[in-house]
Design a protein around this ligand. Structure first.
Ligand SMILES: *Cc1c(COP(=O)(O)O)cnc(C)c1O
Length: 374
């Protein structure tokens, strides 16, 4: 009998991928971003479901994530975009994984890996259009383009794309969005001037995929929306959250008004009540910052975590109701039965749903897959 589980609905993943594809013009491809163990949902099951539903690209941050996909026989085109110097990039080239470069030095490493592998590397040239995170600055962009054009002429790389990433696409109307779009256009113009005509241009994340069709270009990179969550409240009513978190109540007890609950006694029971002990804690990804704020559904009612979230367990106020050991507690799910959602937990923990699912799913709690592909 299980005690706690993270349930992943692969039908929801397929539904979301199909829904996202429905937002794209016919010439635009969909990349399902499966970094960080598919945002905690499980790399291989999600990648397989996404490809079945029509994703023609997969996106990962690290090399290991990309290679794991290849090792399991996934032949879909993959872009892996985050590499410190000295990584074994030849393994990516040999596995046919596209790589991103944001500086001449990074490009030189990719070219070296290609020569070692005796196979040209597919490269996506990244321009920083205003996020000040990854990507070449405007000042470094011409040097990167020139180096890439030369490496292509030498047969070491194939320039597959020019790309960038939005900082504030989840705040529709934010002035940086237009600035970044214009900077992206400029970067493409500059590339054309230097003889670089990439077959693909890509800019949109989930938020831009949902709200900015003019940013779709040839490919969109959808992460969060693939999992049925929206970076903008209410922007994606057709998406279905794929992750739900369940645990069986371990113990129920009556306590009297005035008793302190959990470490530090940060919460005091206000009136006589019953408390349920639910066996998941911060080691399972339950945010400690949601102490006395997180919501849990037990017996058809939404209840509140009381006191500190512990490493392995939380205490939930059951208001004197007849809750019993073995009853199922739902921390969050799709919300369709009134249960709390990942967005509720994000609000309770002062974070974003991305972090809630990535942490809950990449932890001690076993994952169980449901749906046709399971
Ligand atoms: C994570 C990531 C994405 C996906 O972002 P979402 O907001 O989850 O859609 C796209 N592109 C890059 C470069 C990323 O790091």
């Amino acid at each position: 009998m299980w005690q706690a589980q993270v349930r992943i609905d692969l039908d929801a993943i397929r539904h979301n991928v199909a829904t996202l594809r429905g937002l794209l013009r016919s010439g635009t491809a969909l990349m399902s971003v499966v970094k960080a163990d598919a945002y905690g949902h499980g790399l291989l099951p999600v990648a397989t479901a996404a490809v079945r539903a029509g994703a023609t690209w997969l996106g990962t941050a690290t090399l290991e994530e990309a290679l794991a996909l290849r090792e399991h026989g996934i032949t879909t085109r993959i872009l892996s975009w985050l590499h410190s110097p000295g990584r074994p990039l030849h393994e990516a080239v040999a596995a046919g994984v596209d790589l991103s470069a944001a500086s001449p030095a990074a490009l030189a490493e990719i070219a070296r890996a290609a020569r070692q592998t005796r196979r040209p590397a597919a490269v996506h040239l990244k321009i920083d259009t205003g996020m000040s995170r990854n990507g070449a600055t405007r000042a470094d962009w011409p040097a990167l383009l020139t180096a890439a054009a030369k490496a292509q002429a030498d047969g070491d790389v194939e320039i597959a794309a020019v790309w960038s990433h939005f900082a504030c696409a989840d705040e529709p109307g934010h002035p940086s969005i237009l600035r970044q779009q214009l900077a992206f256009d400029d970067a493409l113009d500059e590339a054309a001037r230097l003889g670089v005509e990439p077959p693909l241009r890509h800019l949109a994340n989930s938020a831009a995929t949902l709200t900015l069709p003019e940013s779709h270009f040839d490919l969109v990179r959808a992460g969060l929306a693939t999992y049925g969550l929206s970076p903008i409240p209410g922007a994606a009513p057709d998406l279905r959250p794929a992750m739900s978190v369940h645990a069986k109540v371990a113990l129920v007890k009556a306590v009297q008004a005035g008793e302190g609950v959990s470490y530090g006694h940060t919460y005091k029971v206000l009136k006589d009540t019953t408390l349920a002990l639910v066996p998941v804690g911060y080691a399972d990804g339950v945010p400690r910052s949601a102490s006395s704020r997180g919501l849990v559904e037990i017996g058809g009612k939404v209840r509140r975590v009381v006191g500190r979230v512990c490493m392995d367990q939380i205490v939930v106020d059951c208001d004197g109701d007849d809750v019993r050991p073995g009853d199922e507690a739902v921390l969050f799910g799709a919300g369709s039965r009134g249960e709390p959602t990942a967005d509720d937990w994000a609000a309770a923990a002062d974070t974003i749903s991305y972090e809630i699912v990535a942490r809950m799913g990449s932890n001690r709690t076993p994952k169980v897959y449901v749906g046709e592909d399971a």
